[in-house]
Ligand binder design. Structure first.
Ligand code: PPS
Length: 304
């Protein structure tokens, strides 16, 4: 649906800078909250593949890698649609007649690849029951925060982040959509020992994409030639994806995502947080981080 058609339907006020409403103590858009029963009762299938992440952790990157693998490196096939249409975002609810993630997923023939940002305790239970494969990608908190801040400035479908200083506190308190980063990464880390979950790190993918893509291949029980692997690495590099309209979210109207404020494909590297945190903010952040992550075996690299 074009922006003009959306305007005709007067839908904009319903989805731009949306109201929020908690579900089980986790901040969500009001649309997600209002549709929560349907989302919770989503029927997963055994051959579904779910890409689960905290927002801004490398979801789109992983989606492109997986799609390239599933299509044996066929670039044309991976150009068939926007990322968000290739892989339904299961909890993303929009007012009709716009398609919600559930509608897209229910219409999609199997095998499906799906996306979620849900914290582990809120994943529809059918995923566990059907033993669907899940790839979880985690990214260090500081880079996630910076990326989420800029994304919230340019994307009118999520709440306004306020000033940088305000946002640092909002993020630490977990009062952002999909809740606390700390609980999210720890919750999924714990779950990986009980379920078919491949837990990856953004920083590892950046350091050695070949090694990490091989892990995904093994998990998906797929094999590709070295030539195809090279092609996948190239096509899913930040520089190439930044120019790929089917992956960089530039096909959305600027009233939804305004890339002149900040591009979706922004910096694409670990350590960019150093350009934003003051020394004092960093010290405070580290102290709070120690408290929130105490007792966890999960460790992150904040630079390469
Ligand atoms: S979303 O909206 O939650 O689905 O966003 P998500 O895709 O998880 O995260 C967006 C950030 O990932 C960066 N990105 C990449 N980094 C490295 N390589 C590749 N290929 C790549 N593709 C996307 C993107 O630039 C966002 O991070 P920042 O730090 O803002 O640049």
């Amino acid at each position: 649906m074009s922006l003009e058609e959306m305007k005709d339907l007067h839908l904009e006020e319903k989805y731009l800078q949306p109201e929020t409403k908690e579900v089980n103590g986790i901040l969500m858009t009001k649309m997600i909250s209002d549709n929560w029963d349907k989302i919770w009762n989503f029927q997963a299938k055994p051959d579904d593949l779910l890409i689960a992440t905290y927002a801004k952790a490398g979801t789109t990157w992983t989606q492109e890698i997986v799609d390239m693998i599933q299509n044996d490196g066929d670039l044309q096939k991976c150009q068939r649609a926007n990322t968000f249409d290739r892989h339904p975002f299961i909890e993303w609810a929009l007012p009709p007649p716009l398609s919600s993630g559930l509608d897209l997923a229910n219409k999609m023939p199997s095998p499906r690849t799906l996306k979620t940002h849900l914290p582990v305790q809120m994943l529809p239970p059918s995923f566990w029951k059907e033993n669907a494969k899940i790839i979880y990608v985690a990214r260090n908190a500081k880079d996630c925060l910076v990326s989420y801040y800029h994304f919230s400035r340019m994307n009118k479908m999520v709440p306004d982040p306020g000033s940088w200083e305000e946002y640092v506190e909002t993020f630490k308190a977990g009062k952002v959509l999909w809740g606390s980063w700390y609980d999210h990464v720890k919750g999924w880390w714990h779950a990986k020992d009980q379920h078919r979950i491949l837990y990856l790190f953004y920083e590892d993918m950046k350091e050695d994409p070949r090694r990490e893509i091989r892990k995904i291949l093994k998990f998906l029980e797929k094999e590709v030639s070295e030539e195809v692997l090279d092609k996948i690495i190239h096509h899913t590099s930040f520089e190439v994806m930044k120019e790929n309209p089917m992956a960089n979210y530039t096909t959305l109207p600027t009233s939804i995502m305004d890339h002149s404020i900040s591009p979706f494909m922004r910096r694409g590297m670990p350590g960019d947080w150093k350009n934003y945190f003051t020394v004092a903010q960093n010290e405070d952040f580290d102290k709070d981080y120690e408290r929130k992550m105490a007792g966890s075996t999960l460790t992150f690299r904040t630079a390469l």
